[in-house]
Structure formats: structure tokens, C-alpha cells
Write a protein that binds this ligand. Sequence first.
Ligand code: AMP
Length: 594
Amino acid sequence: MPEAPKHDTTPEEHRKALKFIEDVTMNAEEVQRRVLSEILKQNSCTDYLHRHALKGSDPMAFKRRMPIVTYEDLQPDILRIANGDRSPILCSRPISEFLTSSGTSGGERKLMPTIADELDRRSLLYSLLMPVMNKFVPGLDKGKGMYLLFVKSEARTPGGLLARPVLTSYYKSRHFIERPFDPFNVYTSPNEAILCPDSYQSMYTQLLCGLVQNTEVLRVGAVFASGFIRAIRFLEKHWPRLARDIRTGTLDPEITDRSVRDAVMKVLKPNASLADYIETECGRDSWHRIIPRLWPNTRYIDVIVTGAMSQYIPTLDFYSGGLPLACTMYASSECYFGLNLNPMNKPNDVSYTLIPTMAYFEFLPLNRTGSAELDHRDLVDLVNVKLGHEYELVVTTYSGLYRYRVGDVLRVAGFKNKAPQFTFVRRKNVALSIDSDKTDEVELHAAVRNAVNHLEPFGATLFEYTSYADTSTIPGHYVLYWELRLGGSTAIPPSVFEDCCLTVEESLNSVYRQGRAADGSIGALELKIVEEGTFDKLMDYALSQGASINQYKAPRCVKATPVVELLNAKVKSNYFSPKCPKWTPGHKQWNKEN
Ligand code: AMP
């Protein structure tokens, strides 16, 4: 365990952190002006700013001339950097690595160039979390947090830069590994277990260490709700082994990583009474309230349950017996945005305060986001957004994104001093999501079109389809509902439908395939064949709910319980993908070259 510092400076540091939040939110406009001018000054020699006729750091010229862009607009520049061009293309500071976003373009993860300084900005946002939490839940310095944190695979671009997810980058940085002792941030997981690249060994040992120190645990969590639920599922499968290790004080031989073994053996001691307790609790018929039963002093669960993750709230409530769910921050690979200043609020009331020092923020009113010609006059500054209005977030960052559309829709829920607080409304163009995957309708449609080719030899055609993200299973999985018109006389064998499932999966983006094949965070895709006439019934239902008959289109994705129940009542047969789709780390393009 890290040693306590000689002088406990935490109260003073917390006071400073809270004062920082007060100051930057009070002076949000001024801070934003300063941030924009710093970014423009720092990057004044870049190709990108020259291309848009911006020389020097003139914010007015930026406001007038800088176009609003998406990832696709920047892709040629990003590929130049990935291929090894070290000239100042987007940013004058050296690009330290690429962060691989869960957003995709052309089926591959987006690559976000980043610079070393960004780690300091991310660390700053992390350093604000506990001072805020301490106002609502005091005494968290008297125990530990059981946080299930993981690293994911890394790749190298042809130019030699690392490409990895933002959290992997952060956990592997000295900011995380060499963090000074802070009594508010003591974790049950040793760094070695968090950094273990084998996800089984990492999860096993993190849960083991959490169980061994169960009475010291005051909060539990993971980044997203889906990850936390996966950990509970892992526990459901592996508790007999974990309890055995605790009883004997020895570590399962399947944990082969030397450094992980050494780190775990520092906390693992034989404890028969704890092993008995775990066996009794885990052996009960119901796992209702398993969290407070195994970790009796837990005050809250720290997981993001806003946005797509809200589908997991009922499952979390079941396992936690209704413990508070704390959504603490809002961040992305592009930039960390802000934090929740009322972390004990119920998920529906969560809003995030954007911290004005993180980036230069602008907002595209939602009614303008679909316009073909976006104009700078459409954009609204951070301090000028209006209560109750919805906007798409547009960022300009120190690492070289200028007026970049993040793709998130936010609603103004209130203000902290002059800085707005936003409810996360949705990610644009996402039809299906289980974990960090984000599948849009266009991609789904193309995947379904590929799959129905298997039906052709049987004279069958797809009349209508829809989809559903089923999170009642752990892990959750995609479900497709197909209504067919059968033309031929030969029955379609189940193996053909299974081939359809696999073809859909093979056609989906690399984040989906990684979730299926490498992380185990998404279950096998299910195809449900429904009776003829089902989609007519679906239309009748929509009309009864006020939809207009002229404008009615079958939804490509359904969410509402009555609709899912209607579809499920009409299922004639169902099939699962027989194996995982192919996935390899890195980009298709680089892998081809290797
Ligand atoms: P990535 O680029 O893979 O890091 O994903 C970032 C995206 O995750 C954001 O743009 C949001 O769409 C989503 N996200 C991150 N934090 C939150 C949050 N607190 N609530 C809802 N969605 C979030």
C-alpha cells in the first residue's frame, strides 16, 4: 500500500479545486476567450490554420473563417500524420500518439491526434472529482474504491505512433502510475492488475483484491455501466474459484502474469471466514443486492449511466438494491469536457458543467445541424446558450481540432455561475449500442443487405426488418427482427440463418467486432424471424400512438417495451451467430500493408 504523506494537504487541495471551479465558471467568457487565443497562438504555424488564411492568433478571423468540420473532413490530414509526416499539420506541438475513438468512420475507429499537454488537462479534470464528491459523501478518505479499470490493445500507425483508447493511454501514463498518495483515491486494484493486457487475468485479480478488502470498500465502479455489469457477470461465473483463493491464500494458477501475481500476493492472505461469507452470499438463489451484501460499506456506484448507458439502470438497481448511481464526468477521445457538480443526483437529473479551460466550446443549435451549408453565424458561444435549448457540441482543442463536431446532442439544464450545465441527450446517428459500440442505421442497413444474399438461393426475400439492443442478457446483444416472404419450396435450414447472423456481424464496424471478439462485451447477434403481417401490426400500433399514416416508415431500431413485446410475441424462430466475427487490432489499411 502507498505510504501516507507526512502532511495531509488534502483539505487545502480540495478547497483549491473548488475555488478553481468557482473561478472558471464565474469568468467563463473571459476564460474561453483566453483559451481560443492560446490555441490559435500555439498553432499559428500549422498547415491547417494557414489553409484557412489564419495567420497569427486573431480570434475574429477564426470566428469568421474557420469552417465547421467532421472527422471525414480531417481524415486526409490525420492520415498524413499517421503515415509519419511530422510537420505541423494540425498542431504545432509534436503529436504524442493517436487516441482511438469509439466513433467510427468507414467502419474503422476514428484516430484523434493528441499531444503530451493533454494528459495534464485530463489529470486536472480527474483532480476535481473527489473534492466535489466529498461535499456530498464525506468520509471517503477512510476507505477504498473498488474500481474495475482495464487497458485495451494498442497498435502502431505506419509512421510509428501508438494508437490506443484514451483510457489505456491515461492508465499507462505516469500521471496514473506514479500518482502521489491521496487518501481519497485509494483503489483496491493494484496498478499491475489494471495494466494487465489479458482481460481475464485483469478482471479476476481486480475482483479478488476487491473481495479480499471488502469491508474497506466505500465505493465501487467502472467507467461505463456496461463494464460494471460485465464484472458482476464474471463474478457470478467465477466466485467459487475466487472464494477458494481467499480460503487458501493462494492464487489460481491460471493467473500467469508474474507482476500481477506478485502484486496480488501482497494483499491475499488466507481468510476462511471471508471465504465462507462469500460462498454463502454468492450461493443464494437470488443475486438481488449482491453489491451491498459483498461490499457492505458501499455508499454509491460510480458509473456513467447517462446517454446510451441508461438502459442498464434497472439491472444496476437490482444488483445494488438501489444504491445511488454517480455519473461524475463527461469526456471523449477528442477532449475531456466537464464534470457533474451534483454527483448524487438521480440519473435523469444529471447535468455536466463544461470546464471552460478544457477547450474552446461552441454550440450548433439543433435545428441547424442538418443544414447543408453550415455557417459560423449559426454557432453559439458557451456563455450564450439558452436554458432548455438543444445543441450539438463543437470543439476547438489544443491538440489541433478546429470547430470539430463531436456528434453529441446536449440540452441546457441550468448554469453554474456563467457556465452552462448540460444534460446529455443523445449521440447523433446511433441506432444500436451495447457497450462503446455505436451502430447507425446506414451501417446496419448495409450489413443486413449483405446478409440477405444468403436467402436468395431459397427464393426468400426480406420484406421488413428492425433491430433492438437487448441488454437483458449479460453481455447485451443485438437482435434483428426479420419478416420474410418465402418464394421457394425448399425450407431454409437453420445454418443459413446462422450464416446471416455472422455476415451481419462481419459487416459491422471494428468497435462492434472488437467488443464481440476481443473484449467479450457484446454477446452473439440474434436473428428473430417473425410471422407475416408483424410489421403491419407494428404500423397499427404506431398509428394508434399518433403517428401519421402518410409519413409512417418502419423504424430501423426499436426501444419502447410495448413494441419489443409486440415483436417478440410474433417470433417464429430465432438463431444466433455461431462464432465471433473477425477482428484484429489496428486499422484495416495498416493490417493490409503488414
Ligand atoms: P470516445 O470517443 O470513444 O471516447 O467516446 C466519447 C463519447 O462517449 C462522447 O462523445 C459521448 O457520446 C459518450 N460519453 C462520454 N461521457 C459520457 C457521459 N457522461 N454521458 C453520456 N455519454 C457519454
